[in-house]
Each structure stands twice: as C-alpha cells, then as structure tokens.
Write a protein that binds this ligand. Sequence first.
Ligand code: ASP
Length: 587
Amino acid sequence: MYRTKTCGQLRISDVGQQVILAGWVQRTRKMGGMTFVDLRDRYGITQLVFNEESDKALCDEANKLGREFVIQVEGAVNERYNKNPKMPTGDIEIIVSRLTVLNASLTPPFTIEENSDGGDELRMKYRYLDLRRSNVRANLELRHKFCLAVRHFLDSKGFLEIETPVLVGSTPEGARDFIVPSRMNPGQFYALPQSPQTLKQLLMVAGMDRYFQIVKCFRDEDLRADRQPEFTQIDCEMSFVEQDDIICTFEEMTKYLFKEVRGYDLGDEPFLRMPWIEAMTRFGSDKPDMRFGMEFVELMDVLKGTGEFAVFNDAAYIGGICAKGCAVYTRKQIDELTNFVKSPQIGAKGLVYARVAEDGSVKSSVDKFYTPEVLSNLAKKMQAEAGDLILIISGDDAMRARKQLCELRLLMGERLGLRDKNKFALLWVVDFPMFEWSDEEQRLMAMHHPFTAPKPCDVPKLDSDPASVLADAYDMVCNGVEVGGGSIRIHDAVLQAKIFEVLGFTPEKAQEQFGFLMNAFKYGAPPHGGLAYGLDRFVSLFAGLDSIRDCIAFPKNNSGRDVMLDAPSAVDQAQLDELQLALAPKA
Ligand code: ASP
C-alpha cells in the first residue's frame, strides 16, 4: 500500500495511529535539531517531523529533500505543540520513522503556493505544476461538482445525455469554423461544431424529447479574457414546449446549482424578465449587471437645444448616470474617466460632467453653454443630490452611445464597490431582435442563430420590415455576464427557408448547407426549443474568477496557443501530402 491516509485526513482523534502517507514536499524547515516537512497531496497538507536526536540518519535524509520531491513516509500521528488553526490538519503532525523518496524533482520554475511568483505564460507552460496549487485545483473540484449537479438535476427531469459527433459540417453560430481535412475524401473538410445546434434539433425530430450534453464547442474567433477557441457548453433541447416552459425549467436548475454547488440561495421569486430593448435603454447592454442601479437617464429634452453646446445640439442621444457621492472627484480623476471613455476600445468623443455641490448648486464642464436653470433641471432629471457626480455621454448613433455609457457605468460600479463577487443578480433578457445589420457583410445577420423562431405575430413582417421582427429568444444573465442563451426553434421547413432567404442565402445555397435540416422538418418535426449554458463562464462566476481560463485544466492563451504542448505547430510534409494539401508560399 502506498498510503493508508491522505494528507488532508488526519485529525486530533487519530493521535497514536501508525500511518503511511505519500505526496509532494511543499517545503522543509530546519529548526535546531528538528526538521519539519509540509507534505501535500490533493486533499491537503500534513506536517511531518524528523528529530535528529532520535534518528540522525533519517533526519539527514529529510534535510536533502527538495521542493516537489515525491515521498512516502511512515510514522505515528502526534498531537502538535504549536497548533495551526488555519489548517484542517493543524492539530497533528507525523513523527516519521521511515522515509522513501519515490521520485526526485527539479526545482520548479515558480512557487507552488496560492500566490505564486510565476507569471501567466510560465505557469501555462508548466500547467501541470500550476495545477498543483490549491486554489487552481479548487476550481477544478468546483467544476466537477457543478457538472455532477447539472447531470443530477437534468436526469431527474427526464433529460437524456446524448453525444453528438465532433467531426461535422458547418454549424453557424456567428464565428469562423475550425476545419479538419479528410484523408479519405481528399479536398474535403469537416468542421468542428461551433455548437451541436442542428444535431440537437435533429434529436428532437428523432423523438428524444429532452436532450442535454456537456459538450466541447469550437469557435475560431478573436480571444478575450472570457473566450477560448474550445469551450464547454451545457447544451439542452426540449420538445413540445414554449418559451415559458424552458425558462421555468432552467431557472429551477439555476437555483438548484446555486444552492447545491455555491451554497447561495436565490430565493423563491422568479427571475426578472427584461425585454432586450428595455435592457439596452436602461443599461446600454443586453447583459446588464443588476447588482447595482445607476440606470441611464435620457437627457435629450433637458440638454438638446436648451443651450449653445453644439455637441449636444447635434446628438441623436444624450444620456447620463449619477455616481453617488462622487462630486469630490478631483480634476485628475475626471480626466481618467474621460480618457477611459475616449480609449479606442470604447470610442466615445468625450465626457461631460456635472457636480452637485453641498448647497445644491450645479457646476458642470459645459457651464458656459447653459443657464443655471438648465443645469438645475439636469440635476432634477437625474435625481442627483448634494455630493453626486453626473456623467454624460452623447453621440450621433444612439445604440453606440449607450454601449459607451454602459462601460462607464460598469467602471463606476466597480469604483464604488457595487460589483461584489459574492452577490448574484440574475435575470432573463427576452424579446431579442431576430436580425442585426452587419456593416462588414452588408446584410442582415441572425442575432441568435438562423434556426431561431420569429415571434409568430411578427412573421408577416419578414418581407416588409425584417429589421423590426422580434425573436422568441432569451439569454440568462448573471452579474453582467451572459451565462446562457437559447430560443424556440423553427420547426417548419417553409419558414426556415424564408429565414435563409432574409439572411441572403439563395435557395440552392440554403439547400446545400442546411438541406439535411429542412428535409428533416418535412418528416414530422415537433415544436421545440432549448438553450445552452457556457459551463466555463458559469463555473468561473461561482469561483469568483476574472478569467474562464482558471477553471479549465489546459487552456489556450490569448493567441489561441497551448504553450505547454506548443500547439498549433507545423506538420510533416508527408502528412500534408497524404491529405493532398499544399501550403501557400509565405507572403
Ligand atoms: N446553440 C446556441 C449557442 O451556442 C444555444 C441554443 O440556442 O441552444 O449559443
């Protein structure tokens, strides 16, 4: 037996027992004639003691141990003189009588501690060492528990977990496909699924009724902190349902997960449901962070045409937020906010501010253009009180200006400590537009995906005014993060063909790409709908992480590279030849 106990197991009640432990040397300390070793495994850390007086040879062996050596020890559990209440095993130690080095270790390139001294890139290169750190390991443990709870809940509701293939054709979800050449079909390619969307719909046509899968999805898009080229979804689909049935089922699942996995009670009240247009108007975002207010106030009536400020007089939108108690902000702090909104990622032209002084008077950066009366109307409209700071953004494109104001709202929420990671505010955003205009493609694109059903009452507008058609689509949002989203699907071949037409597909192209689905719909497709959660995002919210990377065992970096495996990489000419592929000469 390599071990009789783990390093996280022993307590005061075990004192006197003879045990065998195995694990990694976290650190060693020599104090007088005693050597202390912290022995670590997945379950915890136990202190080992070697006493020069009782066994000099053994103690000498212990003094040679380096960090991360793998050892096995035998000894007696002893009550500690200096107890450590911070450690679960802090009441005991092991008086070692036998030591075996199972494997030596090079000195690791960074410290294997909660707060490591290793930078991101280094830790990713040696991810197997990084994963030994207790906080990183805890994220994977949380992820495991989360998946178990998902399976338990969905099984109890009659969902079947069904695997779908990884080598498929294109499944549009708005990103580029990763493609895989087929050796047996030269010149032809598989695509990796951006999601199992069409396949889960075919499972509904097949009568599976309730499907789920914890599944890898692949999207070739530019990466950000919360994106990975491969990520995991909890993908779900149900037959004979309406939007309400889906929302209720998954709201129940979410409450269950919060309680079981996070120990957080979301209460009995249903989640808020907010139409997309309202979310955009009140918060400038389709995923508003509802942990705090600071709602937008539209100021067109107060500031447009009421003074000489040309920027406002020409604006299509003027909106403000009120930052409580921030009138004390210095010039420098305001400049910082201005630089923030003017940064290329946000792109606002500028920031106008107004402070409400203790006597109620209003001082603003555009004072000279407005009468005191207008400024006082501004404060009134903003419901700003003495000590508050009003921040205003305007623009000639209302949606764009709102999105800019949203970024500022989030920043101010952060500054004011209103975005507590231990609080959770959930809502459904509903009634999304069916389409959005793409400047790049110069055509309407599906806002969700092309299989989403338009609201039945809007179907007649598909020809006359497609841009105004709303969809039976919904997103679940938690703390400003879209954790899941889905829709009722089209189950009628004719309507599906119509949507492809609006999206600019010729009938031939639609048939070529999606014929399999439209044909399936001709064989008795049930009404159906579903949604998918981003597992990585959900788990990182539970863990309070800033990046989804920290809850993925082997993530890619910002350039989509696995720096540990050094992938992607070149392949042998022979491999290319076999696939009948030739690389274009380097430009
Ligand atoms: N397939 C969709 C997605 O990946 C989710 C859904 O509509 O069920 O976002």
